[in-house]
Ligand binder design. Structure first.
Ligand SMILES: Cc1cc2nc3c(=O)[nH]c(=O)nc-3n(C[C@H](O)[C@H](O)[C@H](O)COP(=O)(O)OP(=O)(O)OC[C@H]3O[C@@H](n4cnc5c(N)ncnc54)[C@H](O)[C@@H]3O)c2cc1C
Length: 470
């Protein structure tokens, strides 16, 4: 028998938990599903309870409040937490199948909130699959979730402010940073200053990070690109080169640095696969980080009763996720007739104003994360694009030149996107590569089918035998 809820929230990040907090206060029955073991999503990462070492000391107000909220919600009788639970698929009438602990379970919500956050974006280069080359997010996970400094000498490269956050975290954890190499030039960073005006709490955060980075005399370079990572079975050195304003490499500027770890970060991509699965509308907005879930002012998607909040509606950072989580909750309360209309208008008016402010901040944020098309157009042919299926660019290029122009046809022809991550990593890369060939024209996304993520076949068999067959 399906369990029924007033609202099912997918994702227990800042957006999800802030929605749950308000909805549960109005006595709605909530289910929160998250594939992580802990609630709190990317921003509230912390060590397991029994871990002694904690390498990260600085914390923001939003993080302190978020961690308090997670604790408070754990004891809420109106909320059922399904942690370590991966969504397999969404079906008609907001039915949702997920896997937990080797078993699949079907639940149904009168309303649904997709708050599945974001993942990292990549610009591939030769050697990026070598052990010792990781993402900036992975370096953060080592530090924040495991209390481990993964190497003694670390090189950081890519685009945007996340690099500085991770550099700061590495430094306070006792790590040595050999340099932060920003792909974009210094002048491209300047508009971000205007963005920060829209988000005063971010100014303090930025100052804390920069103070530590500069105090340690960390090398900061702008307009530098990774050419390749090299090593015999593991990373040994990285070659970088200076680029001109168009993104082309300046000959003779190449520089090789011996290192133990290269952490790269190029911003974030919204996790929107679940809305694609139920044919909800999406849109490509460069200024919000690429493909996002299309929502109206109440954050309802094109599918009635399905809402979305946080990074899924545009990359905008922690504050935007908090505000949107709250906003979806009030929209649901209004839809269900649970809130007085005057109170609703008063609260929501303020939230919408704040949201608009953070959407403006997001536009500046995504400028500093953005990558010039030239960088995708000039990826070396031997570079692996689909890491799961080991597909190099030359195979994708060859198929593309022979008429396989869409992501789906390239997937069928080359197997890129058919592996374990189901195109989450290579899909956005191929999108950007095609975009660079097609003078900015955006190709369609991969078609998303169930299961949304790899799932044990035994879970499905058991579900069939226990719930369906009878
Ligand atoms: C690797 C990484 C590191 C980041 N670090 C920082 C940082 O240090 N500072 C900062 O300001 N911002 C950081 N961000 C940006 C961050 O995403 C936002 O600041 C904010 O936390 C987003 O909140 P959210 O609720 O929208 O999403 P998230 O916090 O990402 O929460 C989404 C949740 O949905 C869950 N989920 C996703 N798909 C499924 C599924 N199919 N089934 C079940 N559960 C699912 C995830 O496990 C996750 O817990 C980071 C982003 C990433 C990707």
């Amino acid at each position: 028998m399906n369990k029924k809820y007033d609202t099912i929230i997918i994702g227990s990040g800042l957006a999800g938990i802030n929605a749950a907090n308000i909805l549960s206060a109005y006595n709605l029955k909530i289910a929160i599903i998250d594939e992580n073991h802990f609630s709190g999503g990317q921003y509230l990462r912390k060590l397991p309870e029994n871990f002694k070492s904690n390498l990260i000391k600085y914390t923001t107000k939003i993080k302190k409040e978020g961690l308090k909220l997670v604790k408070k919600l754990q004891n809420n009788k109106n909320i059922n937490f399904y942690q370590d639970s991966t969504v397999i698929g969404i079906y008609d009438n907001n039915k949702l199948l997920f896997e937990n602990n080797g078993k699949a379970e079907l639940i149904q919500g009168e309303t649904l909130i997709i708050a599945t956050g974001a993942r990292e974006k990549y610009l591939p280069f030769k050697g990026w699959t070598l052990p010792g080359v990781i993402s900036a997010g992975a370096l953060q996970v080592f530090l924040k979730s495991n209390g481990v400094l993964p190497a003694d000498k670390i090189l950081i490269a890519g685009t945007g402010p996340f690099l500085y956050a991770v550099a700061y975290e590495t430094l306070v954890a006792g790590g040595k940073i050999q340099g932060i190499f920003e792909l974009n030039g210094f002048f491209k960073q300047i508009p971000f200053g205007f963005g920060l005006m829209r988000a005063p709490t971010k100014i303090i955060e930025a100052l804390v990070y920069m103070e530590e980075i500069l105090r340690r005399w960390t090398k900061l370079k702008y307009g530098w690109k990774i050419i390749r990572a090299e090593g015999d079975g593991k990373l040994e050195q990285v070659m970088l080169a200076k680029t001109d304003s168009k993104g082309d490499t300046i000959k003779g500027s190449e520089k090789t640095i011996k290192t133990n770890l290269l952490a790269t970060g190029f911003g974030f991509i919204p996790n929107i696969e679940l809305i694609n699965m139920i044919n909800g509308e999406t849109e490509y907005k460069k200024e919000l980080g690429g493909w996002i879930i299309k929502v109206n002012d109440e954050l309802e998607t094109s599918i009635e009763g399905v809402f979305s909040a946080g990074e899924t509606t545009g990359i905008g950072g922690a504050e935007k996720s908090v505000i949107e989580g709250m906003l979806t909750a009030y929209s649901i309360l209004k839809k269900m007739g649970k809130i007085d209309s005057t109170l609703y208008s008063k609260i929501v008016g303020k939230l919408k104003k704040k949201r608009n402010n953070y959407l403006k901040y997001a536009e500046y944020l995504n400028i500093v994360y953005s990558i010039n098309d030239t960088h995708y157009k000039t990826v070396d042919d031997e570079t692996i694009i689909c890491r799961c299926e080991d597909v190099p660019l030359k195979e994708i290029k060859n198929a593309y030149q022979n008429g396989f122009k869409s992501l789906n046809s390239l997937k069928i022809f080359t197997r890129s996107g058919m592996g374990n991550c189901q195109g989450r990593t290579c899909g956005p890369i191929i999108t950007e590569i095609i975009k660079s060939y097609e003078k900015g024209k955006i190709p369609e996304q991969f078609k998303i089918r169930k299961p949304a993520k790899p799932v044990n076949i035994s879970s499905l068999v058991r579900f069939y035998e226990e719930e369906v067959k009878e």
